[in-house]
Design a protein around this ligand. Structure first.
Ligand code: TLP
Length: 345
């Protein structure tokens, strides 16, 4: 029986249309600005996000770092959530590579930062302090259950930033999931941000790549940052070709992943020995499960794999399952059978 792989939406393989587009892509040297397919992707991405310009980068991590380094100089400070991907999962690249100081404030369970917490974290002009330059939000919020941040909330944070001369970056790795869940355009979610990065290689199923979007001036600076990080790619139209298919063909189907995630959460809800909270809180494609203190996550994940389903240990007693292209309703039901086998033998 094939394994049902729910570890991440990053494991999605390119579609046949992507492989064809990659094989046939018109190419040039993108460091010289001469790859027509990269230009086409960047124009398309900028349009979708309602921004002036865009830049193809190798990964979500690179996109976030390029943006942080474009907004902040060495020794500057950014305010971000204590459960943000940038703070948790990007090797501290902000500090290690960018020289940027992180000021964390607590992420609420819905992925937001309280406006009061943001305001209190902003530094005054004092010789002892670093200078606050940037506020970072994450949409959808990975560690907070894939929760989408609403346009109203984003505008509220953007107003706080604008009043104090700060910039806003949105780690929108899964921004199309957020837009789908909230039934708004990605441009509405991107509008309050000075920069947004999103991933082609997660739910949209492209093999490689993320895109950073912002003003023409911002993207010119980001292009320099990408180069210094070693991310100037040559015939990257090969990657961009799949990205164009991702944007044109893979966004509309994301609601299926959300339906499947809710189906999974509802099924898990009835299983003793793990807790998924209220399945109604599953708004996009990510489901977290809390295990009892006696059940270590890695060992439980191993047993589940033997029963036919792969999930990701996401803490000592926490597992994560992500639905994606390639996971059907039937796969979800088979996964639930595997869970019952392990938890209710
Ligand atoms: N997240 C991965 C893992 O790193 C946890 C995943 O499987 O979810 N921002 C957010 C919100 C992300 O979830 C990720 C990837 C990134 C940035 C980084 O993207 P990549 O992996 O392309 O560098």
């Amino acid at each position: 029986m094939p394994l049902i792989d729910l570890r991440s939406d990053t494991i999605t393989l390119p579609t046949p249309a992507m492989r064809k587009a990659m094989a046939e892509a018109e190419l040039g040297d993108d460091v010289f600005g001469e790859d027509p397919t990269v230009r086409k992707l960047e124009e398309l991405a900028a349009r979708r996000m309602g921004k002036e310009a865009a830049l193809l980068v190798a990964s979500g991590t690179m996109g976030n770092l390029v943006c942080q380094m474009s907004h902040c100089g060495r020794g500057d400070e950014m305010i971000l959530g204590d459960k943000s991907h940038i703070f948790y999962f990007e090797q501290g690249g902000s500090a290690a590579v960018g020289g940027i100081h992180s000021r964390t404030v607590p992420n609420q369970p819905d992925g937001t930062l309280l406006p009061d917490d943001i305001v209190s974290a902003i530094r005054t002009d004092d010789v002892h302090f670093p200078r606050t330059r940037l506020i970072v939000l994450e949409n959808t919020h990975n560690l907070c259950g894939g929760s989408p941040l609403s346009p109203d909330y984003l505008r509220q944070v953007a107003t706080i930033a604008a009043e104090r001369g700060l910039r806003v970056h949105v780690d929108g790795a899964r921004i199309f999931n957020a837009a789908t869940a909230l039934n708004v355009s990605p441009a509405e979610l991107a509008a309050p941000a000075d920069s947004i990065s999103f991933c082609l290689s997660k739910g949209l199923a492209a093999p490689v790549g993320s895109v950073v979007c912002g003003s023409t001036e911002f993207i010119a600076g980001a292009r320099r940052m990408r180069k210094v990080l070693g991310g100037g790619m040559r015939q990257s139209g090969i990657i961009a070709a799949a990205g164009i298919v991702a944007l044109e063909q893979m966004v509309e189907r994301l609601f299926e992943d959300h339906e499947n995630a809710r189906r999974l959460a509802k099924g898990l809800w009835g299983i003793k020995g793990l807790s998924v909270g209220d399945p109604g809180n599953v708004k996009t494609n990510i489901v977290y499960m809390e295990l009892g203190a006696e059940l270590p996550a890695p060992e439980t994940a191993r047993k589940l794999e033997e029963a036919g389903v792969r999930v990701l240990p996401a803490g000592p007693h926490r597992l994560r399952a992500v639905t994606h292209y390639g996971i059907t309703k039937e796969d979800v039901d088979m996964a639930l059978t595997a869970f019952r086998k392990i938890f209710q033998p």
